[in-house]
Design a protein around this ligand. Structure first.
Ligand code: SF4
Ligand SMILES: [Zn+2]
Length: 313
């Protein structure tokens, strides 16, 4: 069997595989929570995260399920500041804030540029602010927003995978050179960069998934990112379910995530985090799952190796 399917997996096909969106209110965020995270200065701080409701990302990546909580049209000016205000009133105090918008914060069709001053003033109390963006939107808007903030801006970019045959098939519309240039641009302007790295995207075996996630971490640090966040790929967006049915995709195991994180923190080139969201689905064993999750959580916070979890089941 070939590594890749015979049919075209372009944006049209990827979108045709999708199910229904979840109804959303443009004046309400679709999620908010606090978590603890290690910072670049080495201490562990309380971080607030807000999941903003806004227009669907114009890219249609093969593995993306973020479209589920988006609108079809750009939200009205004022809606994003209202969402942030609403969430901040509910969240307990934190020193850092993450604004996730299921796409690119600097996409003017997602977050209206007219809202930047009000957003920045709502964020005045935070030391660090993280937003996410595709490389194509990293430019003047990022600088403008960064200048308005009291705290330091960090931009998270999906590097996904440096595998030369897999990255183009993710339909991300991004090259490694584009990633490198975007990180260089941010660095020049004293904006921090974080990379999202996929663990076992489609078309890779479990072993290759580990190998290419490690290579992707190497590349991200060589470009100058401060943090790598490793995300195990999950099905559920339609396209990946279809690829799984046809034998081109399988979700990775929690043990593979453990291996990649051990590699990443061993480099000591920056912080490396395991994404713990929805982690249970990657565990085949109910006896050791909680211990494995807690161990990864501790590694995230300390960035130090820990004794592996042993399980006799
Ligand atoms: S660029 Fe990001 S948000 Fe947009 S489709 Fe790709 S993974 Fe999803
Ligand atoms: Zn077990």
């Amino acid at each position: 069997m070939s590594r890749f399917p015979g049919f075209r997996m372009d944006g049209r096909w990827i979108r045709s595989m999708r199910g229904e969106k979840v109804p959303v209110d443009p004046f309400l965020p679709y999620g908010w929570f606090n978590e603890r995270e290690r910072t670049l200065s080495g201490d562990v701080k309380e971080v607030s995260a807000i999941l903003l409701t806004n227009r669907e990302c114009p890219y249609s990546c093969l593995m993306c399920d973020l479209w589920k909580h988006t609108t079809s049209e750009t939200v009205p000016v004022g809606a994003i500041p209202s969402q942030i205000k609403y969430a901040l009133e509910k969240l307990s105090p934190a020193t850092s804030l993450k604004l996730f918008n299921s796409g690119s914060f600097f996409d003017p069709g997602a977050i209206p540029v007219e809202d930047y001053p009000q957003i920045a003033s709502l964020l005045a109390g935070f030391e660090n602010v993280l937003v996410e963006s595709h490389t194509a939107f990293i430019g003047e808007e990022a600088l403008e927003f960064s200048r308005m903030l009291n705290g330091r801006l960090q931009v998270a970019i999906g590097l996904e995978s440096v595998h030369p045959e897999v990255l183009p098939r993710l339909n991300k519309g991004m090259t490694l050179d584009g990633f490198k240039k975007a990180v260089g641009f941010l660095q020049t302007n004293r904006i921090s960069a974080r990379a999202f790295i996929l663990l076992r995207p489609p078309f890779l075996s479990e072993e290759e998934g580990v190998e290419w996630a490690c290579k992707s971490i190497d590349f991200a640090f060589s470009c100058g990112v401060d943090i790598c966040s490793v995300i195990p790929v999950r099905s559920g967006n339609g396209a990946l379910d279809r690829l799984a049915d046809e034998g081109f995709f399988q979700e990775p195991s929690i043990q593979s995530l453990e291996r990649v994180i051990a590699y990443g923190i061993g480099l000591q080139k920056g912080l490396v985090f395991a994404d713990l969201w929805d982690l249970e689905r990657f565990s085949g064993c109910k006896h050791c799952f909680e211990s494995r999750k807690e161990r990864l959580n501790q590694i995230n916070l300390t960035q130090e190796h820990m004794k592996p979890v042993e399980c006799s089941y």
